[in-house]
Write a protein that binds this ligand. Structure first.
Ligand code: SF4
Length: 884
């Protein structure tokens, strides 16, 4: 498949931005040994990238109204419909909704088209959903959206405070670096601040399980305590900070230990212990993520954290600083080019008329936007209201990922014109498209991304372009040309766009008044661009990296940092419902369009789930693994209950990934109201009230087939792609399907000869279909009995079936010499939980190294090590002869 020798590129998943290397045949991924973000490490998602580059499910040809079309027809349709709407209703009646998955070059031209040529700032992005609050916090404090730290600071800090971040799962390689640093320096400390006990807590010196949404109280209290205990740095503050007095007044008014304890639910002893630790640690990094940003006062929460670093001078020095870590691979690049509706390109803002004019002149467009556009939630509201009549969605899936997604679907269904650029044919969003534009996928794309630590890296193409797919930047430029703007969008390659972007960042910035100035890269030749090594900004004119704020200078008009007086928000009160928290799984990415292509990545969590505290589960009469239903005003979610004391009573946790391509009712955003931070427009994904009940079933069934099963009409269903076979789980509380129904759902029909078995007492039916000596379908249904062991059932498809063992196919359990390994924990080596627990409790494995030697768990990418540690901690006391 590959046409090139080894290629170094960048992982397309999270904001860590790891460098990865593909072998000559694109059959194996290894971590780049020299990339500064990962230095030879990779997580399980990155490790499985080569398993996701096939053409299964790809959108390869343009479509207009569901029919294959030429590029010319598709481009002209988008251009004509956009132009017609603009002519009749003005530029604000059209919009673009982009993504942190886009490359910087894609983002740049989309932003240029919308803001410089169409004349509207209605271009927003799914990055609004993950880090817009941090952008506001940075701009208020530093005068520019600049992340204060890099990953080396996390390794060097005496104390790392992880707030609202399950780093072990969401940013695994950064977590691995943190673990390695702490193993080398055992006196360093990690404090995890999170309502849940997550895998990240395995390295925590302290875990503060505060009340959801009360982080602002904790940090306002920290500032007050530091001020009251002589732990500020007055000399540094005098020289470099504004507004400290007002900020301290607010902290005094709201940050007493009693107030903070009441709001957070933490004891005063816990608070003092943490506050003392912060005060005594010379080097402190506070790393924050979605748990901070995704709330109705996420901006204030970010500033409450930043205030503590400014007031103590713990910023601008190695091993110190507030560190907002981005979720997506190019959320940072989107910020650089102005991909948010309230930003201009090159970190410029609409409130600076000189900058607006300068950019208008630079682009030479006919119509420059002069005011911010609609942010994501407002944008889809405007689509719903008919105010935005044409929308172009690029590389994202808002029908799943925007809050109140039921209303978003309704908005897209009503919208006069919807164009979608995507690399996948079937997503919840492409279902609403009038025009589908096939985009290149990772492995085929060429451009740059910027990581959470501000490092610009190349994504390099190593696969040929499939079908008629085109680069996103090329599609945008083609539409721009069809709208009459061809001269300004006539780029021969991505390098040319990058040079224009770099030159713009230098515009009006000759005095170094802005941090984002990559003018040193504006003259790269095509060859230099191709071979560009990872390059962090800020940078000197000779491209040397520069530490932000090292000289105590900030990017405000005065050159001083600005402390923000934060008044904490009332913490959400309990009613008789549960408080829903949402987040990521270890091995899945966003709406699973790509990560589900790897069977390995679905082994860790293969069905939607809800984590419950056992006490709540008891009260609801829900057992572990049973189906449970969450409901809210606008939707419902059905998944498997997972009982864990790591979730506090009164709260539940559900993942963000599942959607209607994979299951009937587990789009968690249907439960999330569209409440946003008024400053950043970022939605509050972490705090929704839901009702819960056991989902009663009368029957359950499972189908495994070599053909993708048809989507059923069942109360619960979940499709689990497993490489060469597909699995379908079904359950309902109505009349069960007949064997004939199940056989049809398997995609093979009921007329061919099936081997089958029936037990009327338990209402159990099992049937298998062979093609020669190969199993090609297996269906099972039961009312009161058990379904076959799934891992075992899937393994039956991998080898020829001997004639004498045909009926054994229906037994549903492994033969005695093939032990059931249980749920897969180590995805690299397919080591299951039962194997691991056996090694711990019977064979005496007491640490991760020992588990690696005994059962090969944790010896691959390392993503499973936090779970292995958790299993060791849980099961060592149960070991035969172990001291309790
Ligand atoms: Fe990719 Fe993030 Fe994993 Fe690195 S940590 S390999 S960027 S998913």
């Amino acid at each position: 498949m590959s046409t090139q020798p080894r290629v170094d590129t960048t992982c397309p998943y999270c904001g860590v931005g790891c460098g990865v290397r593909l072998d000559a045949r694109a059959e194996q991924v290894s971590p780049s040994p020299t990339h500064p973000s990962n230095r030879g490490r990779v997580c399980v998602k990155g490790n499985a990238l080569h398993e996701t580059v096939g053409h299964d499910g790809r959108l390869l040809y343009p479509e207009v109204h569901g029919k294959r079309a030429s590029w010319e027809a598709a481009i002209n349709t988008v251009a004509d419909r956009f132009s017609a709407v603009i002519d009749s209703f003005g530029p604000d009646a059209v919009a673009i909704y982009g993504s942190g998955q886009l490359l910087t070059e894609d983002y740049y031209v989309a932003n240029k088209l919308m803001k410089g040529f169409i004349g509207s700032a209605n271009i927003d992005t799914n990055s609004r959903l993950c880090m817009a609050s941090a952008v506001v916090a940075h701009k208020r404090a530093f005068g520019e959206d600049i992340v204060a730290c890099d990953y080396r600071d996390v390794e060097e800090a005496d104390l790392v405070v992880l707030v609202g971040s399950n780093t072990a799962w969401a940013h695994p390689v950064l977590y691995q670096r943190l673990v390695a640093a702490h193993q080398a320096h055992p006196n360093r400390r990690v404090v995890v601040i999170d309502p849940r006990t997550t895998a990240t807590c395995n390295i925590a010196y302290r875990h503060l399980a505060l009340a959801p949404g009360s982080d602002d109280w904790l940090f306002v209290g920290l500032l007050n305590w530091l001020a009251g205990h002589g732990a500020l740095d007055p000399a540094w503050c005098d020289a470099h900070c504004d507004n400290l007095d007002a900020t301290l007044d607010a902290a005094r008014a709201h940050g007493s230990l009693a107030q903070v304890s009441a709001a957070t639910g933490l004891s005063t002893e816990q608070l003092i212990d943490f506050y003392r630790l912060f005060a005594r640690s010379e080097k402190v990094v506070t790393l924050f993520s979605m748990g901070i940003n995704q709330s109705t006062n996420g901006s204030d929460k970010g500033n409450a954290i930043i205030n503590c670093h400014l007031a103590t001078g713990r910023i601008g020095k190695p091993g110190t600083g507030p560190f907002s870590i981005t979720g997506q691979p190019n959320a940072m690049g989107g910020r650089e080019v102005g991909g948010l509706a309230n930003q201009l390109a090159a970190h410029r803002d609409f409130d600076d008329p000189t900058a607006v004019d300068a950019i208008a002149n630079y682009w030479g467009g006919p119509r420059m936007a002069r005011a911010p556009g609609l942010k994501a939630v407002d944008l889809f509201d405007a689509v719903h209201a008919g105010e935005v009549k044409a929308i172009w969605i690029m590389a994202t899936n808002p029908a799943v990922s925007v809050p109140n997604s039921t209303r978003v679907r309704d908005a897209l269904a009503r919208c006069e014109f919807v164009a979608v650029s995507d690399c996948m044919r079937e997503t919840d969003t492409t279902a609403f498209a009038d025009v589908l534009l096939p985009a290149l996928a990772w492995g085929e794309k060429d451009g740059t991304v910027t990581s959470a630590e501000r490092t610009i890296s190349r994504q390099r193409a190593f696969l040929p372009r499939p079908g008629n797919a085109r680069a996103d930047w090329r599609i945008v430029c083609d539409v721009a040309a069809a709208m009459g703007f061809g001269a300004a969008f006539d780029y021969p390659n991505a390098a040319d766009i990058f040079r224009e972007h770099a030159r713009l960042s230098h515009l009006l910035n000759g005095d170094g008044s802005r941090a984002f100035n990559i003018g040193a890269l504006q003259s790269l030749s095509n060859d230099e661009y191709d071979s560009l090594r990872p390059t962090p900004w800020p940078m000197t004119t000779s491209r040397r990296p520069a530490r932000p704020f090292a000289d105590g200078r900030f990017y405000t008009a005065s050159g001083r940092a600005h402390c923000v007086a934060v008044v904490p928000q009332a913490v959400p009160q309990h009613d008789n419902r549960l408080l829903l928290n949402t987040g990521r799984c270890r091995d899945q990415w966003h709406t699973m369009t790509r990560s589900s292509l790897s069977a390995r990545l679905l082994q860790h969590r293969d069905e939607p789930f809800v984590e419950f505290n056992p006490a709540d589960a008891d009260a609801l009469a829900v057992s572990d693994g049973a189906l449970v239903e969450l409901s809210a005003a606008n939707g419902r979610y059905i998944g498997r209950a997972r009982l864990t004391p790591g979730v506090t009573a009164g709260q539940v946790f559900a993942p963000i990934h599942w959607n209607r391509q994979f299951t009937g009712a587990a789009t968690v955003c249907e439960l999330i109201p569209a409440a946003v931070d008024p400053l950043s427009g970022q939605p509050a994904f972490k705090h929704a009230h839901v009702s819960a009940r056991a989902f009663e079933i009368r029957w359950q069934a499972c189908i495994v087939s070599t053909v993708r099963p048809t989507t059923p009409d069942a109360d619960y269903w979940c499709r689990v792609p497993q490489g060469a076979v597909h699995r379908l789980e079904l359950a309902g509380d109505d009349a069960e399907p007949s064997l004939d129904d199940l056989q049809r759902l398997s995609g093979h029909g009921s007329r061919v000869p099936w081997v089958f078995y029936q037990d009327n007492l338990s209402g159990t039916v099992r049937a298998a279909l062979l093609d020669g000596d190969r199993l090609i379908a297996l269906v099972a249904l039961t009312r009161t009995g058990a379904l076959p062991e799934r891992a075992h059932t899937q393994s039956l498809f991998t080898a020829p079936v001997e004639p004498h063992s045909r009926m054994a196919l229906l037994a549903g359990v492994p033969a005695a010499d093939q032990p059931d390994v249980g749920r897969i924990v180590c995805a690299c080596n397919a080591v299951g939980e039962r194997t691991i627990v056996h090694a711990i409790t019977v064979e005496g494995a007491a640490d991760i190294a020992c588990l690696g030697k005994r059962v090969n768990a944790g010896t691959g990418c390392g993503s499973c090590r936090p779970e292995l540690q958790h299993l060791i901690t849980t099961h060592v006391p149960a070991r035969k002869g172990a001291t309790p």
